[in-house]
Structures are given as C-alpha cells and as structure tokens.
Design a protein around this ligand. Structure first.
Ligand SMILES: O=C[C@H](O)[C@H](O)COP(=O)(O)O
Ligand SMILES: C=C(OP(=O)(O)O)C(=O)O
Ligand SMILES: [Mn+2]
Length: 393
C-alpha cells in the first residue's frame, strides 16, 4: 500500500459553525491567498511554543505569574521600532513590578505580532444613513469608512503575515512570547504545520478563543483542540459550569499543565458572583488550568463624547475581585490580560486622563487601551495584591 501524505492544512473545523468570519466576496482570491500562506515561512517554532507551554505549566502550579498584554487591534502601519518598542518596554516594566511582588517569575506574553482580527457586536456600521461592513481588523478590511476599505480582502492575510514577521524581529530580542485571538480560521489553519509533536499553529506561540466564538461544538474550539500550542479561552459572565467543563475536557483531555488557560472577563460588578462556581468546578474536575483576569472587556462603557472607554478604577476593581475569588477558593491567581500600549493615548479614563480628554489622542481602531502610565498603575495595584498574599499560601 502506498502511504498517503498528510494534508497540508488542518481542516477538521470546516463544515462546523464558525462565528464571526468575514464574507469574502472573491472565492478565487481567497483560495490564492490561502495557498500563499500554506507555504509561507512559519512565524514561530514548535520549540519556542513548547517552551511557553512549560512556563504556563509553572503558572498552573502557582510557580509563575502571567502578564499578557498589548493592543486590542494591531495596525499594519504601526509596525515601527518606536511603537512596538513602547509596548515591549511597558510590558517589561510591568513585569518587573509584578515579579518583585509575586516572588515568582513573570511569564511575558504579548497581544502582539498577529493581533489583527476582530470579532464585532454588529456586522455593519451605519454613519449618516450609510451602512458598510464593520471593521474586522487589518487582516480583513480597512478601518476607513468607505465601501472600498471595508470590503474584506483576503490578500490582507498575506500582509498580516508580513507585518507579524516584521514585528517579531522587534519582539524576539525582548524575550516576549506572542499571542492573538485565533479568530480568522482560514489564516490560522493555513499557517498550521505538522511537526514531531503534532500540529502547530505557527502564527503565534499562544492562541486564544474569544467570548463570541467559544461554542464547544463550533469550528474555533475544534481547531484549537487539534493544535499543540498552548490555548486560552475568554469567559464572560454568561459562561456556565457545563460549558466550561466541556471546554476543559475538549481542549485539555490529557491534562497537560500549561496547555489551557481561561481568561475571565466578567466585569467588575459580576466577577465576585460569576467566577467562583467556574473556578470551583474546574478545580473539582481535575483539569489543570491557568486562570487569567482580563479586567478590560467586561468594563467597556460609552463616554458622553461617544467614545468607547474604560475607567481605570473599574479595571482595578475587577482585578481586586478576581484576586478575592481565587484567595477564597484557596487558589493562586494565574495572571493578568490587558489591552495596553506604550503610546501616550487618551482612551481609558483615569490618572491624568479625564473623560474630557478622550478626543485628544484616541487612536485605537477598536477598544480603548491603557496608556503607559495607566498600565503601570494597574501593574502596581496587582503587585500590591500579590504582596498581600496570606503567609504560607
Ligand atoms: O475587542 C474587541 C471588542 O470588544 C469587540 O470587537 C466588540 O466591539 P464592538 O462592540 O465595538 O463591535
Ligand atoms: C474581543 C476581545 O475580547 P472578548 O472575546 O473577551 O470580548 C479582545 O480580547 O479583544
Ligand atoms: Mn478588545
């Protein structure tokens, strides 16, 4: 019998319900762009990826703390040494502050070098009576409000690969691992390669599944279940114990510490009631998980000026709630997941930025990010909570 070759891409997700995928208008162009990506250079190696799993495994055992952060949506034209360097410096200062308090190493993971795809609440945006497809991140369409820019263009996936590679050149010397939301399944599966340890999605070290695409029977969870990378899943306040246990079972059936992280994004008002049953159920189920706190996505509000914003005070309040829940359960908080930039933007309200300042330097194409000073404030606050840990814990 002649051995058949392994398929070039990981395809088991096809045919399953896949939420939040763009309607690509030109199937021929999509095929060509996917063909280009499927022979493109891998962005990260299996060895680096396995190393991150091992580090996250330490976090699962309480022997490390994770700091994951970066833009909500990276931009192709922001791949400059200044902008990328600003994020890396911010992350590393935060990590230093947290590390001194935690007494354990801080694992640094950027929302960087590939965070180009966005899920949206609405498929279309209307301005002055004109409706166009929503901006879904630079890998799909342009942010500019014109029919041309907003039409999904599959060749943008090739540009995303190039922008990621260029960003990685700047990220690698800083020793930061990369991550992004594994939203755009054509892109992710085309960059997946067979290696000795299984299928690796070579687009980033860690891939996460968003709140809007975490259906345990959907295409995103199926894709994530097949790759060897560490994976994470966002959990909002509607996540049920049943769903979470199903996700744990599907995504970490071999119970490998570091393979699976849950990123709770409950909102400051909800975290103390919504999170405890999930933490308890996962602990009782015996699947090792790193619990991260995303105090951004459950606390988004609209300012009087119309800007999407977040109050740093509410962000800190959710971090506090997250720590309380873990302490009450006798568990160690695994880390923080933040939307931040090194740039001096005015997108979140707190510190030197008041609601009146929002129009001054609001540069995000999607969600409001902490600026450098606000990021350091959150890190200092987290450090205070880490220092307060009960002795002997
Ligand atoms: O991180 C992203 C946003 O929270 C998500 O894209 C939803 O944003 P929207 O409500 O503006 O669509
Ligand atoms: C869309 C995001 O988050 P969530 O899936 O938690 O809403 C995000 O992290 O930018
Ligand atoms: Mn976001």
């Amino acid at each position: 019998m002649i051995a058949t070759e392994a398929p070039a891409v990981l395809d088991s997700w096809r045919g399953l319900p896949a939420a939040q995928q763009p309607g690509w208008p030109d199937p021929g162009a999509l095929r060509e762009a996917v063909a280009w990506l499927s022979v493109a250079a891998p962005l990260v190696t299996a060895e680096e990826t396995d190393r991150l799993t091992a580090l996250l495994g330490r976090a699962a055992r309480g022997e490390a703390f994770v700091l994951q952060g970066g833009d909500c949506a990276e931009r192709f034209d922001h791949v400059t040494p200044e902008r990328v360097g600003g994020k890396l410096v911010t992350l590393s200062r935060m990590a230093a502050v947290l590390e001194a308090a935690a007494g354990v190493p801080v694992v640094r993971v950027g929302r960087i070098a590939g965070q180009f795809a966005k899920p949206r609440s609405a498929p279309a945006e209307t301005r002055d009576g004109v409706s166009l497809p929503s901006y879904r991140g630079d890998v799909v369409n342009g942010a500019e409000f014109t029919a041309e820019a907003r039409t999904p263009d599959p060749w943008r996936m090739v540009r995303a690969h190039r922008a990621s590679a260029a960003t990685l050149e700047l990220v690698r010397p800083a020793g930061v691992h990369t991550s992004h939301e594994a939203l755009l399944l054509e892109y992710e599966s085309a960059l997946t390669r067979r290696r000795a340890g299984g299928w690796y999605d070579t687009s980033a070290h860690l891939l996460w599944i968003g709140e809007r695409t975490r259906d345990p029977d959907g295409a995103h969870v199926e894709f994530a279940s097949r790759i060897a990378n560490p994976v994470a899943v966002k959990l909002g306040p509607t996540a049920s114990v049943r769903e979470v246990l199903e996700l744990a079972e599907r995504l970490n059936p071999w119970r490998v510490p570091g393979r699976l992280s849950f990123i709770a994004r409950m909102g400051a008002d909800r975290v103390r009631e919504a999170l405890p049953p999930l933490v308890r159920a996962v602990a009782a189920g015996g699947v090792p998980v790193v619990w991260l706190c995303d105090p951004m996505h459950g606390n988004t509000v609209t300012a009087p000026s119309g800007h999407k914003t977040r109050l740093v005070a509410r962000v800190l309040e959710e971090v506090a709630g997250f720590f309380e829940v873990h302490r009450a359960a006798g568990a160690r908080p695994g880390g923080l997941h933040l939307e931040l930039t090194g740039d001096d933007v005015t997108e979140c309200v707190g510190g030197a930025v008041s609601a009146r300042d929002l129009p001054l330097r609001y540069e995000s194409a999607c969600d409001p990010r902490l600026n450098r000073d606000q990021s350091l404030e959150v890190a200092a606050y987290g450090a205070g909570l880490l220092r307060d840990r009960p002795t002997g814990a």
